[in-house]
Structure formats: structure tokens, C-alpha cells
Design a binder for this molecule. Structure first.
Ligand SMILES: [Mg+2]
Length: 380
């Protein structure tokens, strides 16, 4: 029987909207050249893709992480969300978090919850026939981006080509390169690459650097002093993001904004980082911290401390949520993930001019999986 009940809900449609289940697959994609930063190097990236279906619609979410996420989704999370009303995403998120108590949320469990949460938001928007940013409540049409890559493994020519693509061809007004090569063991090369970057992009494009936790606090301050004429605007993870006192120390001594937060897994993590006055801009990654549900709350935590938030990696996963928060700084147009998302999805967006625009004519996050094209990368 259909119709509106005394509680205001449509009982029949609520039944039809029950989540049928989750489908999960993993794909490993070789990089287009070896990639590395101050503290890690890699030649491939694994994406774990989740589909959630209900009422004849399917939502898609993903995370970049180990295939270990799949066991968490299949064995634990699928049973928690299956049968729930697909419109109650926050309820499903809360149930997933509570169910994960004994397996511990930081790390792969958090990545798995994130991928499912994103699939559920996409599913809800598709069931309602709305673009996700409209469902969340949009506050802006343009989402600013910065070009991100500049791996320590690149030679000068490859670095220059990448910087010219962003700054000249795509007119993105901010770019980021990796520094602190070999855990801070190659300061001379770091400085030479920063100088090459400034020479390539000219004076009007903002220069960002990311040390991935590879320096000590005093070392980071010294390197920034040596680079003073290069006008670096953003210094990411000069020291480990677990070293809140170290971040704060660096922040006091450098002109660049200090940023961190990419490994944050819950609200308490981000509150501690803000409380310690460790950053000028908070970063958070919706593919790690608990999906769109938690990412929006992290933005609220940042706002309570008078901070802006920057979306870390996975640009198409963040786009609609980034359009829906008032205190957004920008979104990271990360080379590795830009490439993979372009291979995996139809409906990707163009950063030319330095901003992304969610498509108001496509429901959900607007992406469709290119199944036939990606099958060759499937590992599970
Ligand atoms: Mg980083």
C-alpha cells in the first residue's frame, strides 16, 4: 500500500528504497611514470570501487587504498547497510562507524566506510533525480583547484612540462610540487626544483610545496628561509602530521600557510589539530575520513576555529561536497587521481581557468563507470 503515513513518510516508497546490497571491485593502475614524494614512492595506484543499489538506481563510491578495504566492505559493512532506507545516509554512516568499533576506524576501515558513504550519497541523489551539490545545498558555482604532482621522481623536463600544462595551458593559478626528497636528505635538490618551478610558472602563479612529513621542524624553517625569494604560499606537512607541536612551531616561523590533515580519520583528530593551532588551512580527504558525511562535518569543525578547508586528492569525489561548504579554500587537482578518474568515469570535469563546475544537469556526482575500459585493470 502506498501513500503518506501519519509520520509523513511514504511507506511504500520507503520499502522500494531499501538498499539491495553493495558490490565491490578493485583495480590497480600503473602510473604514467614513477611517482614519489619526500617519504614514499610508487609505480601503481589501487582504486576500490563500490556500487550501492536501491529502487532501480545505483550509486558509485570509491577510495584509493589497498584491496584490504574489500574484505571490510564485503564481510562487515554490506551487512550493516543492506535493507536500510537509501535516503537515510547519515543513519547508515552512523551504523557503519558503530559496527567498526572493534576493528578500529583509522586506516583501511575508515577508507572502506568512506567509499560506501560516497556511494550512498550518489545513490540518494540519483533516487531523487538531483545533482549531489543541489541535494547537499550548494554555496558556489565554481570550485577553485590547484595543480598537484611535481613528484621528486620527475626529471626537470617532465616537471617543467607538467607545470606548463597547469599554469599556461589550463590557466590554473596555483601549483604544488613535492619536496623533502629522501626524508629531507636532499635539500639542495629541493631548492633547485622549487627554483625551476618558480622560473617555469612566472611571478603570477602561486607556488605550493608538500614535504609529506619529511623534514624536521627546524629544517623546514631553514629551507623556507633559503627559498624566501620564491614566495612559497603553501607548505604542506613540513613535519609529520602527528607532530602538532612541530607543525605549530614551523607555522610561527614561515610566511607560507602551513597545511595538514590528509590522514585524519574522525572529528576528534581534526579538532585536536585545530585546537593545537597547528595549521593555517585544514586538509581533509573524504575518501579516508568517512566519506561526504564526515567531510562536511570536518569543514564545520574547521569553521569553528576560523579556518578554511582544502580537499585532499580524489578531485571528482570531493567536487560536489566542496561546492556545498562556505569555508572552502580549494580542491587538489592531483595528477595521479585525475588520470585514473578520467580513465574510469564518463562525466569528468575540466579545470581550465582554475576552477571546476559541477554539472547541474547530471544526477548524483554525475559520473558513470566505464566498465569495459577498466576491466583490464581489475585485480579482484
Ligand atoms: Mg600531501
Amino acid at each position: 500500500m502506498s501513500g503518506i503515513g501519519t509520520d509523513g513518510n511514504s511507506r511504500a516508497s520507503s520499502f522500494d528504497r531499501r538498499i539491495d546490497g553493495l558490490d565491490v571491485a578493485a583495480y590497480t593502475v600503473p602510473t604514467d611514470a614513477p611517482e614519489g614524494d619526500g617519504t614514499l614512492a610508487w609505480t601503481s595506484t589501487t582504486i576500490v570501487l563500490v556500487r550501492a543499489s536501491a529502487g532501480g538506481a545505483t550509486g558509485v563510491g570509491w577510495t584509493y587504498g589497498s584491496t584490504g578495504c574489500m574484505a571490510v566492505i564485503d564481510d562487515d559493512l554490506a551487512g550493516v547497510v543492506t535493507g536500510r532506507d537509501a535516503l537515510d545516509v547519515t543513519g547508515a554512516f552512523d551504523a557503519m562507524v558503530k559496527s567498526a568499533r572493534n576493528s578500529s576506524r583509522p586506516g583501511l576501515v575508515g577508507y572502506a566506510i568512506s567509499a560506501v558513504d560516497v556511494a550512498l550519497w550518489d545513490l540518494k541523489a540519483r533516487l531523487l533525480g538531483l545533482p549531489l551539490h543541489k541535494l547537499l545545498g550548494s554555496v558556489r558555482e565554481d570550485v577553485p583547484v590547484y595543480g598537484s604532482g611535481g613528484f621528486t621522481t620527475y626529471d626537470d623536463m617532465r616537471l617543467r612540462d607538467q607545470l606548463e600544462l597547469w599554469a599556461r595551458d589550463q590557466r590554473i593559478p596555483r601549483v604544488k610540487i613535492k619536496i623533502a626528497e629522501s626524508w629531507g636528505g636532499r635539500e639542495g635538490r629541493d631548492l633547485a626544483r622549487m627554483r625551476l618551478c618558480r622560473e617555469t610558472i612566472g611571478p603570477d602563479t602561486e607556488l605550493y610545496v608538500d614535504a609529506n612529513g619529511g623534514y624536521t621542524a627546524k629544517q623546514a624553517v631553514r629551507v623556507m628561509a633559503a627559498a624566501q625569494d620564491l614566495d612559497v604560499r603553501w607548505l604542506e606537512e613540513p613535519v609529520s602530521s602527528d607532530d602538532l607541536a612541530g607543525l605549530r612551531e614551523v607555522r610561527r616561523e614561515v610566511r607560507a600557510d602551513v597545511a595538514a590533515g590528509e590522514y585524519g580519520h574522525d572529528l576528534v583528530y581534526f579538532r585536536r589539530m585545530c585546537e593545537a593551532q597547528a595549521v593555517d588551512c585544514l586538509q581533509a580527504d573524504a575518501s579516508r575520513c568517512g566519506g561526504i558525511t564526515e567531510w562536511l562535518r570536518v569543514a564545520a569543525v574547521a569553521a569553528a576555529y576560523g579556518l578554511e578547508i582544502s580537499a585532499h586528492c580524489a578531485p571528482h569525489l570531493h567536487l560536489h561536497a566542496a561546492a556545498a561548504i562556505p569555508n572552502l579554500r580549494h580542491l587538489e587537482w592531483f595528477h595521479d587521481h585525475v588520470r585514473i578518474e578520467g580513465m574510469f568515469f564518463d562525466g569528468t570535469v575540466d579545470p581550465t581557468g582554475g576552477a571546476l563546475r559541477p554539472d547541474p544537469t547530471r544526477p548524483g556526482h554525475g559520473l558513470c563507470v566505464r566498465d569495459a575500459d577498466i576491466e583490464a585493470y581489475r585485480v579482484r
